[in-house]
Design a protein around this ligand. Structure first.
Ligand code: UTP
Length: 272
């Protein structure tokens, strides 16, 4: 039912300069695997088979990563190192990868609208690879979508003084961990935030979102905000916010990135 997953990846990653001057933020490694590969693995595990990237200038490395590298693969064929590329090779065999470019970085809502050409008129997943999740969050949401057939955003509780870093939702709990959204505000100051329930980078969206985004004026930070579009959508149809199970690291920040790196190293790489 849900085949297509969109990866907005056109942002400049300015918090990681100078590392991101010539390299996409999404290619930053968590130990030895790029952030974007973790995201694509999560999508495939959830059953998505068509992976779309909204990229931009300086993001060529993402395309090269999800492609065969004949010389390199020939060079390591038959050695123990071959296994290090087998996961990404499997992905290339299982999925179709497509790309479009966001010519100007005008906000996440605008990036998602740019992806319309890859999605068409069907519901789709969205993963922001810089939110690193280790527990199949989008798969949990696919399960919910099969029941509710509406847009769903992943949320988590954040400290009350950090609401100004997130889209914040308000609404009524209709089941355990499931909220029917009545309002969403992008980056409210703590005193203006209706809750501390923050949207993180996992969404399932129904395609009417595209026509809603088209009507929007720039919102917070002068950008076209997906938060505003989903808030508008919630006025006319059901939108759910889901308190997912699992751990998430904000790898768009230096602190979250280092924490994710330590977590992955301890969990998968430490020998003693
Ligand atoms: P962020 O604001 O966290 O990413 O956007 P950024 O702008 O790259 O980071 P900083 O603040 O400069 O360090 C969240 C996600 O949305 C994408 C980004 O690539 C990131 O994955 N995005 C954001 C776009 O694709 N286009 C946009 O116009 C804005």
């Amino acid at each position: 039912m849900l085949k297509k997953c969109l990866f907005p990846a056109a942002g400049y990653g300015t918090r990681f300069l100078p590392a991101t001057k010539a390299m996409p933020k999404e290619m930053l490694p968590i130990v030895n695997k790029p952030l974007i590969q973790f995201g694509v693995e999560e999508a495939i595990e959830a059953g998505f088979t068509e992976i779309g990237f909204v990229s931009g200038r300086g993001k060529r490395a993402i395309e090269d990563h999800f492609d065969i590298s004949y010389e390199l693969e020939h060079q390591i064929a038959g050695s123990v190192k071959e296994a290090l590329l087998s996961d990404v090779r499997d992905m290339i065999d299982k999925c179709a990868f497509s790309y479009t470019r966001q010519a100007e970085v005008k906000g996440l809502g605008h990036a998602i609208l740019t992806g319309e050409t890859l999605i068409g008129n069907e519901p789709f997943g969205v993963i922001l690879a810089d939110d690193f999740c280790d527990s199949g969050v989008i798969k949990q949401m696919v399960g919910l979508f099969s029941h509710y057939q509406c847009s769903i955003v992943a949320i988590e509780e954040v400290p009350a003084d950090q609401t100004d870093k997130y889209g914040i939702v308000d609404g009524k709990e209709i089941d355990e961990g499931l909220i029917k959204v009545s309002n969403m505000i992008e980056k409210p100051a703590p005193e203006d935030a209706p809750t501390n329930l923050a949207v993180i980078g996992r969404y399932i969206l129904t395609p009417d979102i595209f026509s809603i985004i088209r009507t929007l004026e720039p919102g917070a930070a002068g950008e076209i905000q997906i938060t505003d579009a989903i808030c508008e959508q919630a006025k006319n149809s059901m939108v759910l916010a889901y308190k997912f199970n699992g751990t998430r690291f904000d790898c768009g920040s230096l602190k979250g990135y280092v924490e994710a790196t330590n977590y992955v190293y301890d969990k998968y790489h430490r020998k003693v």
